[in-house]
Design a protein around this ligand. Structure first.
Ligand code: ASP
Ligand code: MG
Length: 409
């Protein structure tokens, strides 16, 4: 008998029929003797509907009141699911976030969970009930309702699993797991049986399709085994967990990519202490996140070139800031490109294998894909290429590293 926290997303509880289906699933787990805590999202589209109501009434709504409004979406689904469970003869009880003391800070609309009091939930479980908790919400120390940011129900589930010391946290969604890459780009992409927390974080661009990435770091920190699986199809899904030393790791677990990249270059800046700060300081102050950074060696010993990447949405803003900095510093030229993408190979197996990067570069070269930037970490190699090469690049690499074949165990 295990203690399992299950989370069902908006599409899984999107209609009364689907809520019935979820109740059947939960009942199945319960009847096998497991203790089950369920976290639900609002019915699909509901949070957006509430946001547009707020927008229509207030334009820029007061954050506190917005949270009171948004939290209602999940209050609907906890009640409906609990009713459906009771109908099936499964004793159940619904709770809002504040009722089970999901205590957060006071940052409305993006609150962070501070602590959870598990007494009430444990008492219900001991009495044989399924506990149904509203995702995405909590209350601060003054009892104000807070919400955790879009997709926050995943974080609620992981936090509950950590607080209750659950055996597993299962995230039920409309896809059946995490894939080696996006199947829309590579139809042969394979569902992974397991992946490490670290890899999953590096594959955020792929992972964010299935779960809120913040919940993965949370799970990693508290060592909560996390499983992503489909509400609508049977299957084991993908287990996100710690690296298991007894198991031989696949060299590469997946290929992530990012379409919304842009790069900015400043040429001929004086090569002296403080330059990087002078260039990137104003960018950071404008709240623009910088990903890759490359500084060239100064061929003339006096000036150097700098290139860095930002989110495409920040391209114009970043360019304007850089142009201003360039004038102030007497740099030669500023240029940029917002038609670039990033492709990354991810795998913990890389740590113990040399030559992954060179195999990657060779494969791309054979296809005539020009690499514009490179960056590496212990478990990742990323390249920036022109947007038009995204599909070709990802397919080539998927093929080169034979990711369509099951991993070796
Ligand atoms: N209902 C919230 C949202 O749509 C939270 C969630 O679904 O996880 O973002
Ligand atoms: Mg969601």
């Amino acid at each position: 008998m295990a203690l399992i926290v299950q989370k069902y997303g908006g599409t899984s509880v999107g209609t009364p029929e689907r809520i019935g289906l979820v109740a059947d699933k939960v009942a199945g787990w319960r009847k096998k003797g497991n203790d089950v805590v369920v976290v639900v999202s609002a019915m699909s589209g509901e949070t957006d509907r509430l946001l547009s109501l707020a927008d229509a009434v207030a334009g820029v709504p007061p954050p506190r009141e917005l949270d009171v409004l948004l939290a209602t979406g999940e209050q609907v689904t906890i009640a409906l699911l609990s009713m459906a469970l009771e109908m099936r003869g499964i004793p159940a009880r619904s709770y809002t976030g504040s009722q089970v003391h999901i205590r957060t800070d006071s940052a409305h609309n993006k609150a962070r969970i501070r602590e959870i009091e598990d007494k009430r939930i444990h008492a219900d479980l001991a009495d044989g009930r399924v506990v149904v908790v509203a995702g995405f919400q909590g209350a601060d120390e003054y009892g104000n309702i807070t919400t955790l940011g879009r997709g926050g129900s995943d974080t609620t589930a992981v936090a509950l699993a950590a607080a209750l010391k659950a055996d597993e946290c299962q995230i039920y969604t409309d896809v059946d797991g995490v894939y080696t890459t996006d199947p829309r780009v590579v139809p042969e992409a394979r569902r992974l049986d397991r992946i490490t927390f670290e890899e999953m974080l590096e594959m955020a661009s792929l992972g964010s399709r299935v779960l809120q990435i913040r919940s993965v770091s949370f799970a990693g920190r508290y060592n909560v085994p996390l499983r992503v699986l489909s509400t609508f199809e049977e299957g084991e899904g993908t287990l996100i967990t710690y690296e298991d030393e007894t198991m031989e790791q696949a060299l590469i677990s997946g290929i992530a990519f990012n379409r919304d990249e842009a790069k900015l270059t400043i040429m001929g800046v004086p090569d002296k202490p403080g330059v990087a700060h002078q260039l990137l300081g104003p960018i950071a102050e404008a709240n623009i996140e910088v990903d890759m950074i490359i500084q060239n060696v100064a061929p003339d010993g006096a000036t150097t070139d700098f290139t860095f990447t930002v989110h495409r949405n920040d391209y114009k803003k970043g360019l304007a800031i850089l142009e201003k900095t360039a004038r102030a510093m007497g740099a030669r030229e500023v240029s940029g490109d917002d038609k670039i993408v990033k492709i990354s190979l991810v795998g913990v197996g890389m740590r113990s294998h040399a030559g992954i990067a060179s195999t990657m570069f060779e494969a791309l070269a054979k296809e005539g894909v020009n690499i514009r930037m490179i960056s590496t970490s212990e478990i990742k190699v990323s390249v920036v290429v022109d947007e038009k090469y995204l599909e070709l690049g990802v397919r080539t690499l998927h093929d080169t590293f034979k990711l369509e074949q099951p991993e070796v165990i």
